[in-house]
Design a protein around this ligand. Structure first.
Ligand SMILES: Nc1ncnc2c1ncn2[C@@H]1O[C@H](COP(=O)(O)OP(=O)(O)O)[C@@H](O)[C@H]1O
Ligand SMILES: Nc1ccn([C@@H]2O[C@H](COP(=O)(O)OP(=O)(O)O)[C@@H](O)[C@H]2O)c(=O)n1
Length: 362
């Protein structure tokens, strides 16, 4: 049979295996790029050298002409010697075709997937063909043992940066529990206001925090604008913060893994979190998102007022003495100003996957 036809048939036969490898390779490339702060292309190019050399050697070997013909065509001594070497390599690659063809195809396809941003969260083991090898859903985390050991993802950042959106998506994707810690402060602010207490009285606010009934967290109206304002006022008191610390730490280390979002998760609550992400966006973008969110809920709000509120809350949260809003030194920065929800989630997945505690971490 003609060498090219044999090559084509081999490519077709091995393409499913190459595809499985390509997905895992694409995930790994993106995780490495995120971990090293480099572009996917910069990480992928060196990994393509061998596959391309092998592809060229195989093409030469399967060309149908023999080595002497090729050497006669090239003439020069060095080129002829190089051709012999490549010919030899091509012969070995052809003998081991069941390894070289999936390797070459898988790497090239995988690099292309990675450049397109596909399979970012992929953690498959390409050599595992059972259920695990094909699964990227939430259950994977537990099977990998991540959850059982306690795996905390700490997400901090200013109001409306997209913390909650990303945190929920990560929790679903990895099968972790999720805690919106802002709700705790919102609930305390709400209870204190309802009782007519002085929000500036640290001791009184601490007492409300210590007596907090977790059942009140289910009240949907807590996510509103007024509760946010009350929250940031009561959150300045050390007595309030310390009353909530133990509950949040317990949640963070629960078996099965946890994602928490707030202002001080990576700095105070869980400085030992396996993954820390500081989600941010410009004040204007955040105000636009919040305005759109409120308008969608039927509230009549104007952008200028919301922008003012966002800035005031930033100032209060960053300027307070107790656990001010700031990025932990080892947090990965995720600016979502230019990212839509899907891209922001994918970027967050790459950060999680790049964690050395993660199964596919570097
Ligand atoms: N990357 C994004 N692009 C566009 N809108 C977003 C993005 N991330 C979040 N949003 C929207 O912005 C609003 C605030 O997001 P949210 O996750 O509640 O922020 P946070 O928890 O930081 O306050 C929500 O309406 C959400 O749908
Ligand atoms: N871990 C946390 C979470 C919230 N907070 C406070 O609670 C307020 C409301 O937090 P939130 O996360 O619900 O607010 P948004 O970012 O969703 O607007 C913040 O402005 C902070 O002042 C905090 O101090 N520490």
């Amino acid at each position: 049979m003609n060498g090219w036809l044999a090559g084509l048939l081999a490519v077709l036969f091995f393409s499913p295996l190459a595809f499985i490898y390509a997905r895992a390779f694409a995930g790994r490339l993106q995780a490495r790029a995120a971990a090293g702060g480099r572009s996917v292309a910069a990480v992928a190019v060196p990994k393509l050298v061998w596959p391309l050399v092998l592809a060229a050697a195989l093409a030469l070997r399967l060309s149908g002409s023999d080595l002497a013909e090729w050497q006669a065509a090239t003439g020069s001594g060095t080129l002829a010697a190089t051709l012999s070497l490549v010919w030899f390599l091509g012969s070995i690659a052809a003998i081991l075709f069941f390894v070289t063809i999936p390797f070459v195809l898988g790497r090239i396809l995988g690099a292309a997937f990675a450049l397109m941003g596909k399979f970012a969260g992929q953690r498959d083991d390409p050599l595992s063909f059972g259920a695990r090898g094909f699964t990227t859903d939430a259950g994977t985390a537990d099977r990998e043992g991540l959850g059982r050991m306690g795996f905390t993802v700490a997400i901090d950042g200013p109001a409306a940066a997209g913390k909650g959106t990303i945190a929920k998506r990560l929790a679903d994707h990895y099968g972790f529990a999720y805690l919106d810690t802002g709700l705790l402060y919102r609930a305390i602010g709400r209870v204190a206001a309802e009782r007519g207490l002085d929000l500036d009285d640290g001791e009184a606010m601490g007492a409300v925090a210590r007596a907090l009934d977790p059942a009140v967290l289910d009240d949907g109206s807590l996510r509103g604008r007024e509760a946010g304002e009350l929250a940031s006022r009561v959150a300045v008191h050390p007595a309030v913060r310390s009353a909530l610390t133990e509950f949040q730490r317990g949640f963070a280390r629960r078996p099965g893994g946890a994602v928490l979002d707030g202002r001080d998760i990576g700095t105070v609550i869980c400085p030992e979190a396996e993954v820390k992400i500081f989600v941010t966006a410009s004040a204007e973008v955040r105000a636009r998102r919040r305005t759109a969110e409120l308008v969608a809920k039927g509230r009549s709000v104007d952008y200028a007022t919301i922008l003012q509120e966002v800035r005031a809350r930033d100032e209060r949260d960053s300027g307070r003495a107790a656990a001010p809003l700031k990025a932990a030194p080892d947090a990965a920065l995720l600016d979502t100003s230019e990212l839509d929800i899907e891209d922001a989630f994918r970027a967050a997945c790459r950060i999680v996957d790049a964690s050395p505690h993660h199964r596919n971490g570097p």
